[in-house]
Design a protein around this ligand. Structure first.
Ligand code: NAP
Length: 249
């Protein structure tokens, strides 16, 4: 099976920690040159240090996916040093939970902006090189709640469900060019995002997972790495759920 990404440049947003970091390391292990993004200079330095420690080729970039200017600057920096990314993983994401009755417009907008509008902002400028190369992989990290819904997360689940519609439509637009667009929808994964929950909340949630445990970032990365590989050449517009059996479509 062809899982070799040697010579390919991969861009992973939100790679300073959690799922994004595991994806970046997984792609690097497959031979890709990896660019991982963080929102701060210290996050970028952390990415650089990690890649250096593991002897992987690549670099950190500072990117705020809510800002046109920040995205353009980071992509220009990538282009100058490594060339265009033919593998793009849109992983950066945020939550701002609240019941709809109490949700402020800022909580709604901040979540939609970082999780959904970011796709327009990052994918569009990356498409040209993939079209030219007649090869590309776009993988968007959605969530189980895009499919199941979750009280307190109307904004987050709307943004994550939007990612699925975006991905299917784009997949149809560019399938003939050998560029695949897929979604990975994680369940409950142990990262900073879920660490905000109390121990009792985490235990109650874990009890609802058929596999009886929360997932690890590497278990999401495994699905992403497969979809990024040459071996996944005939899969497009698909949503892969990685959730320990918590939700089945
Ligand atoms: P995390 O630990 O909170 O890390 C979030 C990452 O996104 C960080 O690298 C962060 O950068 C980056 N980020 C945040 N805001 C950003 C912005 N405006 N621009 C660019 N980057 C930004 O999250 P995670 O749990 O690994 O989640 C990763 C993805 O999986 C997200 O899309 C999330 O919605 C999704 N997901 C997670 C779970 C779960 O259980 N953990 C479940 C379903 C889906 P900084 O370090 O610089 O802040």
């Amino acid at each position: 099976m062809d899982m070799n990404l040697q010579g390919k440049v991969a861009l992973v947003t939100g790679a300073s920690r959690g799922i994004g970091q595991a994806i970046m390391l997984g792609l690097a292990e497959m031979g890709a040159t990896v660019l991982g993004t963080a929102t701060t200079e210290s996050g970028r330095e952390k990415i650089q240090a990690l890649l250096k420690e593991k002897n992987y080729i690549g670099s950190g970039l500072v990117m705020d996916v809510r800002s046109d200017e920040s995205v353009s600057k980071a992509l220009a920096e990538m282009q100058e040093i490594y060339g265009s990314a033919l593998i793009l993983v849109n992983n950066a994401g945020v939550t701002a939970d609240n019941l709809l009755l109490r949700m402020k417009m800022e909580e709604w907008q901040a979540t939609l902006e970082a999780n959904l509008t970011a796709l327009y902002r990052v994918v569009k400028p990356c498409l040209r090189a993939m079209l030219k190369a007649q090869w590309g992989r776009i993988i968007n990290i959605s969530s189980i709640v895009a499919l199941s819904g979750n009280p307190g997360q109307t904004n987050y689940s709307a943004s994550k469900a939007g990612m699925v519609g975006f991905s299917k439509s784009l997949a149809l637009e560019i399938a003939s060019r050998n560029i695949t667009v897929n979604v990975v929808a994680p369940g409950f994964i142990a990262t900073d995002m879920t660490a905000a929950m109390t121990e009792a909340q985490q235990q109650a949630l874990a009890a609802t997972i058929p596999m009886g445990r929360v997932g690890a970032p590497e278990e999401i990365a495994a699905a992403v790495c497969f979809l990024a590989s040459p071996a996944a050449s005939y899969i497009t517009g698909e949503t892969v759920q990685v959730n320990g059996g918590m939700y089945m479509q």
